[in-house]
Design a protein around this ligand. Structure first.
Ligand SMILES: [Zn+2]
Length: 215
């Protein structure tokens, strides 16, 4: 019996939904990557590199420790595995990481503009801001450092400069929902900015109250 079967199946279900809904930019490619932390162990389950998501089977999902030693799975793990492991090391509240190339959030990754908390549900579940992770080439230690520095703000969504989006959650279901909420928010914010009219954000008082509630 595979002790990692359920998280491997969960990762596939999430990836295939994200793929069908355009979050990886293409149905045929394998852009982005998804991982889940194994509770109580320095171990993560993560998508392999370069294998189209719609074809994945559970035994192809990689299992590795936080030092990137392979525990199970014959395929090479995602090039961003060190980024996922770094997030799990620093953010003990995070149990899953969903890295996407979702379109509307990616607009803000090109104009390098954080997305403020615009709606109550964003402030409550994502946090007070969607900050920009400074650019570094995929798979490099520099990108891992930039991500670790930025996610230290305790929020759950980020845009990665000239790259895509990063969604964190206590569980995979939550990280996945945050990806969807980020996309809706980025879409509405983009269209609101395009009107040229002033865009209101949540009052400071609300943001402060929600910050206390999230603690
Ligand atoms: Zn990517």
């Amino acid at each position: 019996m595979d002790p990692y079967l359920q998280p491997r199946k969960d990762v596939i279900a999430c990836c295939q939904w994200l793929c069908r809904h355009g979050y990886f930019g293409s149905l045929l490619s394998a852009g982005g990557n998804v991982s889940v932390r194994i509770p109580g162990e320095p171990v993560l389950v993560i998508t392999p590199s370069g294998k189209p998501y719609m074809d994945l089977v559970p035994e192809e999902i990689c299992v590795a420790d936080f030092d990137l030693n392979r525990i199970a799975g014959d395929l090479a793990p995602s090039i961003e595995t060190a980024m996922h492991a770094g997030i799990y090391r620093d953010r003990v509240d995070v149990g899953a990481v969903v890295h996407t190339h979702q379109a509307y959030a990616s607009i803000f990754a090109l104009i390098n503009q954080p997305i403020p908390a615009l709606f109550d549900e964003v402030a409550l579940s994502i946090g007070e801001t969607v900050d920009v992770v400074p650019y570094a080439l995929s798979g490099t230690p520099e990108l891992v450092d930039n991500v670790r520095r930025t996610v230290a703000n305790g929020c759950n969504c980020f845009v990665m400069q000239n790259h895509g989006a990063l969604n964190l959650g206590k569980t995979l279901e939550k990280a996945w929902k945050h990806a969807e909420l980020l996309e809706k928010t980025a879409q509405v914010y983009y269209h609101a900015l395009a009107t040229g009219k002033p865009v209101t954000t949540l009052p400071d008082q609300t943001v402060q109250l929600v910050r206390e509630l999230r603690k």
